[in-house]
Design a protein around this ligand. Sequence first.
Ligand code: CMX
Length: 134
Amino acid sequence: NIKRVDHIGIAVPNLDDAIKFYEDILGIKCEGKETVVEQKVNVAFLPVGDTEIELLEGTDENSAIYKYIQKNSGRGGIQHIALNVDSIESAIQEFKDKGYIMLDNTFRYGAGGAKIAFCHPKGTYGTLIELTER
Ligand code: CMX
């Protein structure tokens, strides 16, 4: 029951610098910012068609985003792809039944109040996949 790519999560060292690049060079407007305390991220939303680019800056050194950027020579890059599902609870159960390693056994609330759950990149050919229900 995956309907579309909900968003692409891009880790950046500095949120405002990255927003400036997307707005001034690519002409994609930032339509909001939010801090998600539980995920230790500052997020900027840049809608493109029926999907969104999500720029992510870590709020401290324990943030998954901060670690990801450290591993990528300080530059950042695509950190995750989020897929939109009808029911996150049934999607989590279905993935687990099929033997996938879920990082979240129950959903959490992420940016924009969406219900989210992550699949470990080891079981997904190297891409961190986020399931999202809006
Ligand atoms: N995409 C693909 N592979 C990744 C990855 C990513 N984003 N992050 C880490 N990995 C790989 C590492 O390269 C490593 O591979 P090797 O063992 O082959 O070297 C492996 O996964 C384990 O990495 P690690 O450094 O030991 O583990 P981390 O402590 O960095 O944790 C992960 C990795 C995915 C478990 C962690 O980032 C996580 O729990 N992510 C889910 C939450 C999250 O990403 N939140 C930020 C976004 C929040 C939001 O969108 O609101």
